[in-house]
Design a protein around this ligand. Structure first.
Ligand SMILES: [Mg+2]
Length: 163
């Protein structure tokens, strides 16, 4: 059993190739980063939380057809992901360290997750600037499964070591 019970994903520059999409929607082009199948294979509950205009964000999600990977999809229209994260946490009665936040932005999901004590993973997609305070960094969702296993091992070691 994994210690991580729930994983919150960001959309732009994390699950969705926003910089390329912004240059114009090319029919047939895959605006994911080609690694959503690795999200599909994770057994934890997955939630998509994205910020911006509801219609625009819904359009992007529909464009890449990824909604079915997630138990819930939230669109934050007021720039307050932390409140959404708190509500996700309290509805599931989960401790923050049981929740992993995967995203690119320290001023949005990563900062909010860190502030709440969640496990933060920064996706270093092209154009994303590395944030040293993230707990983990990945270049692809392919790495998430081993990160989760590494986190489990770390927690167990911590559990055995008196502080
Ligand atoms: Mg983003």
């Amino acid at each position: 059993m994994h210690d991580i019970k729930c994983i919150i994903f960001d959309l732009d520059r994390c699950s969705f190739n926003t910089p390329v999409y912004s240059t114009g929607d090319v029919p047939g082009f895959d605006y994911t980063y080609g690694d959503m199948h690795h999200v599909a294979s994770l057994t934890q509950e997955k939630i998509l939380v994205t910020a911006g205009d509801t219609e625009v964000q819904q359009q992007k999600i529909a464009r890449v057809g990824i909604a079915h990977h997630f138990a819930e999809v939230h669109i934050d229209t007021i720039g307050d992901k932390e409140s959404i994260f708190k509500s996700i946490m309290s509805r599931r009665m989960l401790q923050p360290h049981r929740i992993m936040v995967v995203g690119d932005n320290p001023n949005a999901e990563l900062g909010a997750g860190k502030h709440l004590g969640m496990v933060t993973v920064q996706t270093l997609r092209p154009t994303v600037v590395r944030w040293a305070e993230a707990d983990f960094h990945v270049t692809s969702f392919a790495e998430l499964d081993s990160i989760i296993s590494a986190f489990d091992a770390m927690s167990r070691r911590r559990g055995c070591t008196p502080l």
